[in-house]
Design a protein around this ligand. Structure first.
Ligand SMILES: N[C@@H](CCC(=O)N[C@@H](CS)C(=O)NCC(=O)O)C(=O)O
Length: 124
């Protein structure tokens, strides 16, 4: 568990769910959505990721952590699950892709489209 997650567990993060519940919710979201972006609405890297996915016509589920009352607990859980605290935090086919720079790298290498296709996330 990260130091921040431990601090939140001991002192509270302003959220009403436990770490375990947050982890379960994150895991359920990852399992339910072939492509999912954990995002924050004001984050420019997230906008970049969402724009790229939209340009590819990908069907991606986006959760804006800053607009979710449990967002900070979910972010702690994401750090535990993926080792990454920053947003965007992207999963395709339950596989952790990383952040925006990782997604852009895959796109430039021509690998993103195939990943999305394999996940069943391409509409066309
Ligand atoms: N290199 C990362 C940068 C992501 C980043 O710095 N995101 C900021 C928000 S714009 C962040 O997560 N800050 C910490 C936080 O919001 O808790 C990427 O490409 O995704």
């Amino acid at each position: 568990m990260s130091l921040r997650a431990l601090g939140n567990k001991l002192f509270g993060s302003g959220s009403n769910i436990t770490m375990g519940e947050a982890s379960t919710r994150v895991q359920e979201l990852i399992n339910e959505h072939a492509t999912i972006v954990f995002s924050k609405s004001y984050c420019p890297y997230c906008s970049n990721t969402k724009r790229t996915l939209k340009q590819l016509n990908a069907d991606a589920f986006v959760i804006e952590l800053d607009q979710d009352s449990d967002g900070s607990a979910l972010q702690d859980a994401l750090e535990d699950i993926s080792g990454q605290r920053t947003v965007p935090n992207i999963f395709i086919n339950k596989k952790h892709i990383g952040g925006n720079s990782d997604l852009q790298k895959l796109d430039k290498a021509g690998e993103l489209e195939q990943l999305l296709r394999n996940a069943g996330s391409l509409k066309l």
